[in-house]
Design a binder for this molecule. Structure first.
Ligand code: PEP
Length: 253
């Protein structure tokens, strides 16, 4: 049985106080509302890592993630944060390949392959983002485009390592735009990705891989999206900054 996961991507938002308040509210609601069988991952900006970890404590079901890690192991790389450092602070997940990093920081499929390997080498679970632009969707080549992202960045992993990766399908045209993919569009792509994974790693591994949807998911559309058989949860941007909205999404399975 694959995991149901809802991960919040705070992006470059939240002051120290705001992050503390948001985390406390999420942790309290998660416990008070007795949420079970869903893995929740909070992915704050780097400076929040330690204080957010303290607030999460050992509440079962809530995990800490980061939004990026370096492709390097350690050393003279000013401004970078390695997977090794993150792991030592109790980080368990890392978002890699978000379209904003691909676009603004020119992260290539090849670089992401190295980052994924760094993350896995230090026990972090990569949440590997993939997704097509509006142009590619209009041209009708979205499936092959997104499959190619997986092939290039992930298919050199051993079956054992691949089994640890979480995939997040995030159509770029739906991120932060208020324009959600329909649940049928999400299902179609998730199924295509699962079949693609099966061609390389077999049906069992493909069947156990969690594939999340991301792109303007909110409490109003999450239930419909999560009702699809190949949608195993969500990577949530804007709506992860409001505790009530985020928890309502977590409760949408
Ligand atoms: C994201 O940035 O991963 C995302 C899905 O953002 P939003 O939910 O705001 O579209």
């Amino acid at each position: 049985m694959r995991k149901k996961i809802v991960a919040g991507n705070w992006k470059m938002n939240m002051t120290f106080e705001e992050g503390q308040k948001l985390t406390s509210e999420i942790v309290n609601m998660f416990q008070d509302e007795a949420i079970q069988d869903v893995t929740v991952v909070l992915n704050p900006p780097f400076p929040h890592i330690h204080p957010v970890k303290k607030l999460i404590g050992d509440v079962p079901g809530i995990y800490l993630g980061s939004q990026n890690c370096s492709d390097k192991e350690s050393g003279a790389f000013t401004g970078e944060v390695s997977a090794k450092i993150l792991a030592s602070f109790g980080v368990q997940y890392v978002i890699l390949g978000h379209s904003e990093r691909r676009e603004y920081f020119k992260e290539s499929n090849e670089l992401l392959e190295v980052k994924v390997k760094q993350a896995l080498a230090h026990g972090l679970t990569p949440i590997f983002c993939c997704g097509e632009s509006l142009e590619i969707r209009m041209a009708g080549t979205h499936e092959s485009n997104v499959k190619f992202q997986l092939t290039q960045s992930l298919f050199s992993l051993s079956p054992e390592d691949f089994s640890k990766v979480v995939i997040a399908y995030e159509p770029i045209w739906a991120i932060g735009t208020g324009k959600t993919a329909t649940s049928d569009q999400a299902q179609e792509m998730h199924l295509a990705l699962r079949r693609h994974i099966a061609t390389k790693y077999g049906k069992e591994i493909a069947g156990n891989t969690s594939i999340l949807y991301g792109g303007s998911a909110n409490p109003g559309n999450a239930k419909e999206l999560f009702s699809k058989p190949d949608v195993d949860g969500g990577l949530i941007g804007g709506a992860s900054l409001k505790s009530r909205d985020f928890i309502d999404i977590v409760k949408s399975f």
